[in-house]
Each structure stands twice: as structure tokens, then as C-alpha cells.
Design a protein around this ligand. Structure first.
Ligand SMILES: [Zn+2]
Length: 127
């Protein structure tokens, strides 16, 4: 039983890594393009954009103005992709989830909190 469990975890990890390698570049293209499009509106400056394979996060924004995104964004509906991209983009101006932050996001994403609620359905698929 224990042996079987260990084996299953190993196989699964290898599959996940392969999936990430296969789709990373495409995710990067899609995300960079959308970032540029939305940033025509905002005009923020950012440094590096990295694509990662994280278990629990869709994206992040660092104090050094680097943005990172989970490659699995590629498999979400486009409204959710846009929301996640704009969310991290707006953290460049507001490093919090204040009213100001949400009104910034709302400039390009209608009803961002509603979209965020939809996203919760997809969280399980990250694991
Ligand atoms: Zn946030």
C-alpha cells in the first residue's frame, strides 16, 4: 500500500513537470501579450515577467516590480485570464486589496470581484 502511494506520487510529479515544460512557452506568449494590451491603458512600469508552476498561486507581484504567473492560466476561460493579469498589473500601483486597488482593476475588468468569485471554482485544479 505504502509503496503504491509513493509510486503514484512520483508518476504524477513527472507528468505534471512534462505538462509544464510543454505549455510554459505558450503561456508566456499569451500572458506577455495580454499584459502589454492592458498596460496600454495603465502605463505602469514592470521588470521581469516569469511563468511558474506553482501549486497554490495564480500570480504574484514583487516589490521589485517583477510579475509572475502560473502557466495554468493558459487553460482558464479568457475572462479569468484577463482578470488575473490585470490583478497583478494593478499591484504595481497598489500593493494591497484596498478600494483603490479594486477601482483600478475595475477600469478594465467589469465586476472584478464577481470574476474573482468565479475563479474559486478552478482552484482545486491547481493541485
Ligand atoms: Zn492580489
Amino acid at each position: 500500500m505504502i509503496f503504491w502511494k509513493v509510486h503514484r506520487v512520483k508518476v504524477r510529479r513527472r507528468v505534471i513537470r512534462g505538462h509544464y515544460k510543454k505549455h510554459k512557452r505558450q503561456a508566456e506568449e499569451v500572458i506577455r501579450l495580454r499584459l502589454q494590451e492592458f498596460n496600454r491603458h495603465y502605463g505602469f512600469s514592470y521588470n521581469r515577467v516569469t511563468i511558474r508552476n506553482q501549486k497554490t498561486r495564480w500570480g504574484s507581484c514583487s516589490l521589485k516590480r517583477n510579475l509572475s504567473f502560473n502557466y495554468k492560466i493558459l487553460f482558464l476561460p479568457s475572462a479569468l485570464q484577463d482578470y488575473l493579469i490585470v490583478h497583478e498589473l494593478c499591484h504595481l500601483a497598489e500593493m494591497n486589496h484596498s478600494k483603490n486597488f479594486w477601482s483600478l482593476v475595475g477600469q478594465t475588468i467589469p465586476n472584478p470581484k464577481q470574476v474573482r468569485a468565479q475563479l474559486k471554482r478552478y482552484v482545486l485544479q491547481l493541485r
